[in-house]
Design a protein around this ligand. Structure first.
Ligand code: 6CS
Ligand code: FE
Length: 304
């Protein structure tokens, strides 16, 4: 099978064309986003959705994330990733598979319904995680395109996926907010260097392979700038699978926690990885699509 997005093969980085549309669905009056929001997502690859959840729903999600962090004993040990150099929890993966409320959040029409529209297909959760980025200890996530990793290490064939980060704590300019390069998704930045065996054991803590070269990254920033959306808990930062992004460390006392769901089009289900022999474990990348049936209504019932 021809690899139209080759990466980590060549001795030099390359800027390759994007072969996939950004918005795969057709906007109509019944779309879950306005025409303006849809056009902005197409242009920038980023969309911020605010005031989507009720205060009760946000509080319930924050409490659940806190409970899981306080007592992860019921969770699959493999799914818990600690910070490099400490035992602080950095992420809990496959959260929609391990927690009823997070499964209901992922299936909510305000998330899965929007993903179905933008991806123009039924969707499933390719990956989910709770990111905690603890105060004082939270380390950075270096610049990367998620699609580059999902293509090379998981076997995602085309660019027909997107991420939704639901803020569970105030994301400020200080506690390591997500930084994104708007418009960077329109080209594919092919990386140099191979991929170590079981790369995920290192990359989920500190990614050093499948990262862009500094010259091309500097050129991207020069042309497009950097945005670092901040917002109150409940804000959704939605970004396209090939947008270049990263985040700085967190040396403030305030954790920067979020719930993170990756929606992939069912038609874009994983194949054999394009750059490694063995695919990553399923707690990181689901290999059997389970189409999500979007659900309406509050994810937490208001007290009677
Ligand atoms: O490797 C992955 O799939 C994960 N790593 C990062 C830094 N972002 C995407 C994804 O959550
Ligand atoms: Fe990422």
């Amino acid at each position: 099978m021809t690899d139209i997005y080759p990466s980590r093969h060549a001795p030099k980085p390359q800027i390759l064309p994007r072969h996939d549309p950004v918005v795969h669905g057709e906007w109509t009056q019944s779309a879950p986003l306005t025409r303006e929001q849809t056009e902005r997502f197409d242009r920038d690859g980023i969309l911020i959705l605010e005031d989507i959840f009720s205060p009760r729903e946000v509080r319930g999600l924050q409490e659940e994330a806190g409970r899981l962090l306080a007592d992860p004993s019921a969770l699959a040990p493999d799914s818990i990733i600690t910070e490099p150099g400490s035992n602080e929890v950095r992420s809990i993966f496959a959260i929609h598979d391990q927690n009823r409320l997070m499964a209901r959040l992922a299936a909510d029409t305000r998330l899965a319904g929007v993903a179905r529209f933008l991806l123009g297909d039924e969707v499933y959760v390719h990956q989910s995680r709770l990111n905690y980025k603890p105060g004082f200890e939270g380390k950075e996530f270096y610049w990367h395109s998620d699609f580059e990793t999902w293509h090379v290490e998981d076997g995602m064939p085309r660019m027909r996926a997107l991420s939704m980060s639901i803020l569970l704590a105030e994301n400020t300019a200080h506690n390591g907010p997500l930084m994104l390069i708007p418009g960077s998704h329109h080209q594919f930045l092919s990386c140099v260097g191979g991929t170590p065996d079981d790369h995920f054991r290192m990359s989920l803590k500190k990614q050093e392979f499948g990262v862009p070269d500094r010259e091309n990254l500097a050129a991207l920033v020069e042309r497009n700038g950097i945005v670092a959306p901040t917002g109150k808990p409940g804000t959704i930062i939605l970004f396209e699978c090939n947008v270049m992004h990263g985040s700085n460390g967190n040396i403030t006392p305030f954790p920067r926690s979020n719930a993170f769901f990756v929606f992939n089009a069912v038609s874009n289900r994983l194949e054999a990885p394009f750059g490694v022999d063995r695919p990553r474990p399923t707690f990181i990348a689901r290999r059997e699509p389970a189409p999500v049936a979007p659900q309406r209504g509050p994810i937490i019932k208001e007290a009677a």
